[in-house]
Design a binder for this molecule. Structure first.
Ligand code: COA
Length: 257
């Protein structure tokens, strides 16, 4: 358990809130564990008919905690890693997932949206997947799903150059259902989830299964995870994490590929 994930259940809707605003909701191993447990339990809980993912403060999430990446890179991180369970939970979830995104959604903050069934963005939402900026590679089956959704050229620029996508563009390209002013964001997501919760749950979950092939997604996630884990240990990644900790731009120019 962690205080950084708030879990609320009411009227058939499970609301999971990233609640670490002082660190821009950067996701820690403990947070992935709590999210995985909650989403997996919801699948077996008849009282949950839809799930909302949201973030507290001015940002959805700044992505994976970079300090924990650094600890994994040096071997200082001990214990079970929960990110894989989180990815499996969102890839295999039978309940509809609704996301409410304000401010930045970095890395996994954006790639988890590809597993959400409805996405509401605040006008200031900014989606980024700067994996190569951190000397890493895409995850969460995004190397498959993002090019499918927005085309190869745009996905490549987002992955490799860290190009950001604003809310109107995300809406136009089919990454989101609607864009609303921030004060409306959480009510809008809650209303959509409440509408889904009133729909027939069996037809909802079968529709979701028809639209998403979880086994294909899990195979992609497994391949990405192998590459990602290798990349974490490279000199390039060490430079990226050290630069983040030292609040300076990284310099990769002296490192061979
Ligand atoms: N991991 C760990 N800590 C993070 C973090 C992350 N992903 N993102 C932000 N934080 C921390 C900062 O270190 C800072 O901590 P401090 O107050 O102890 O110094 C605090 O959150 C506030 O962040 P700050 O950078 O001051 O906020 P900002 O609004 O100026 O910038 C971001 C926000 C998201 C643009 C910037 O924090 C950032 O680029 N974060 C890293 C994103 C990233 O690369 N994620 C991994 C993707 S795979």
């Amino acid at each position: 358990m962690t205080e950084h994930i708030r879990i609320e259940k009411a009227d058939g809707v499970l609301t999971l809130t990233f609640a670490r605003p002082d660190k821009k909701n950067a996701l820690t191993n403990a947070m992935y564990g709590a999210l995985a447990d909650a989403i997996t339990a919801a699948d077996a809980d008849g009282a949950v008919r839809a799930i909302v993912l949201r973030g507290e403060g001015d940002m959805f999430t700044a992505g994976n905690d970079v300090g924990e990446f650094a600890a994994m890179a040096t071997g200082a991180f001990k214990g079970e890693r929960h990110v894989g369970r989180f990815l499996e939970a969102i890839a295999r979830a039978t309940r509809p997932l609704v996301a409410a995104v304000q401010g930045r959604a970095v890395g996994i903050g954006t790639t988890m949206l590809l597993h959400c069934d409805l996405v509401v963005l605040a006008e200031d939402a900014l989606l980024t997947t700067p994996f190569v900026n951190l000397a890493l590679v895409p995850e969460a089956a995004s190397s498959l799903l993002l090019p499918q959704r927005i085309g190869h050229a745009r996905a490549y620029a987002m992955f490799t150059l860290g190009d950001a996508m604003d809310a109107p563009t995300a809406l136009a390209l089919g990454l989101a259902n609607r864009v609303v002013p921030f004060p409306r964001l959480h009510a809008e997501a809650a209303e959509l989830a409440a509408r889904l919760a009133r729909q027939p749950a069996g037809a909802l979950s079968t529709t979701k299964r028809l639209m998403r092939n979880a086994d294909v997604l899990m195979a992609q996630i497994a391949t990405e995870s192998e590459r990602f884990t290798e990349r974490l240990k490279t000199a390039e990644a060490r430079e990226a994490f050290t630069a983040f900790a030292e609040k300076r731009p990284p310099d990769f120019t002296k490192l061979a590929g």
